[in-house]
Design a binder for this molecule. Structure first.
Ligand code: GCU
Length: 366
């Protein structure tokens, strides 16, 4: 059953209040955090990380709500570590961009003000341009290939090392589904995107991709998208289905078109000094905890995507549109080659991904 317009207005009003509340919370949290860190530093407790009852506080920032699969995966991370090293470490998880949007939170992780952040690879492009590969439209040709590439921890280690110089490194990945366009008006063909202002993640490759589709790319942080659509600053955005429900974008954008242009993973990123300061045994426990959190996240992911579709359709009145995906592919058919020509460092990973794509295509699983 669809909500009446009054319900939608009321929901939107409530969400506005929530946003104001969240903004104030973010400011307060940021202030408290820096005060806490200043105190810890002043009392010479421990580098940047502070202590509580003699335990090292390990802070993790992410952009999603507390019911999102990533938060649930991180709870597993916390549980696993605290069960084994609870006398020494206390894991604190800060959801909802409470410590700032992805870019800010990565900077905090880089300097060691916090220890971990979950962020999409688009946010890492400025630190290591190999990550641009994930912004290529239609890079993976099947979900099977995507998961196989990302679950190949040995291969991915070399990629994860690429940000060592920047002072942080990836520990594991989280599934963030398949991204498609959604907007205030229906998009059936690539022509419908012409001139539409569409929010993309804050990376040059994401901007190029949306522009190649004929849209007018508008980069901004995830937390700003709801209000920007609502106020007509942008016409829509592109993301997985959970953005409609977990982030409530379905209240303000009623058309979701399955053009499926990207599968962009999220990454759990840790401050390098912190990771290197762990004993071998401790590092093993943090790493196992990270891999376990991925397994946990992926189970919740599949469940929640199905739920999100049902909620968006039945309760928020979002229309899901099946489009001719080939027409969208054709529109951006030169982008992969252009990106390869411009950035040599994506070549190896790109070729590796193509091999896995082919394997899945010949196995008939695409
Ligand atoms: C997804 C993804 C986030 C990302 C967001 C975005 O929600 O999981 O990591 O930040 O999209 O589009 O910014």
């Amino acid at each position: 059953m669809f909500h009446a317009k009054a319900d939608t207005d009321r929901d939107a009003g409530n969400h506005r209040k929530e946003l104001v509340f969240m903004k104030n919370m973010k400011k307060m949290c940021a202030a408290l955090l820096s005060a806490g860190l200043a105190f810890a530093a002043a009392s010479g407790l421990t580098g940047c990380g502070s202590l509580n009852d003699g335990k090292r506080i390990v802070r993790i920032s992410h952009a999603q709500s507390e019911t999102h699969p990533e938060h649930l995966g991180l709870l597993k991370f916390k549980e696993y570590i605290e069960e084994r090293l609870g006398d020494k470490y206390e894991i604190q998880i800060y959801p909802n961009e409470l410590l700032g949007g992805a870019q800010k939170a990565i900077e905090l992780t880089q300097t060691g003000a916090i220890d971990f952040v979950v962020a999409g690879t688009a946010n890492l492009e400025n630190f290591a341009d190999v990550y641009e590969v994930f912004s290529m439209p239609y890079l993976f040709t099947s979900e099977g290939a995507y998961h196989e590439v990302m679950n190949d921890t040995d291969y991915m280690e070399a990629v994860y090392e690429s940000t060592n110089e920047a002072g942080f490194r990836v520990l594991t990945w989280y599934n963030a589904g398949t991204r498609s366009f959604y907007a205030k008006k229906a998009i059936h063909t690539p022509d419908d995107l012409k001139g539409l202002k569409m929010r993309v993640q804050q990376s040059p490759a994401s901007v190029n991709m949306a522009n190649a589709f004929g849209a007018a790319a508008s980069p901004m942080s995830f937390g700003e998208v709801y209000t920007a659509i609502q106020q007509g600053v942008i016409d829509g955005a592109e993301n997985n289905e959970l953005a409609l429900t977990n982030n409530k974008h379905g209240e303000v954008a009623k058309y979701y078109s399955y053009n499926m242009h990207q599968m962009v993973p999220d990454m759990l990123i840790g401050n390098l000094k912190f990771l290197e300061g762990l004993s071998e045994e401790e590092y093993g426990i943090f790493r196992d905890a990270a891999l376990l959190s991925t397994e946990e996240e992926m189970v919740y992911w599949d469940e929640q995507v199905e739920e999100a579709k049902a909620i968006a359709k039945d309760q928020m009145g979002v229309e899901f549109i099946d489009v001719d995906v080939q027409a969208f592919k054709d529109k951006v058919s030169t982008v992969q080659q252009d990106m390869l020509d411009e950035n040599e460092s994506i070549r190896d990973l790109y070729d590796h991904i193509q091999q896995v794509n082919e394997k899945y295509a010949t196995e008939g699983e695409s």
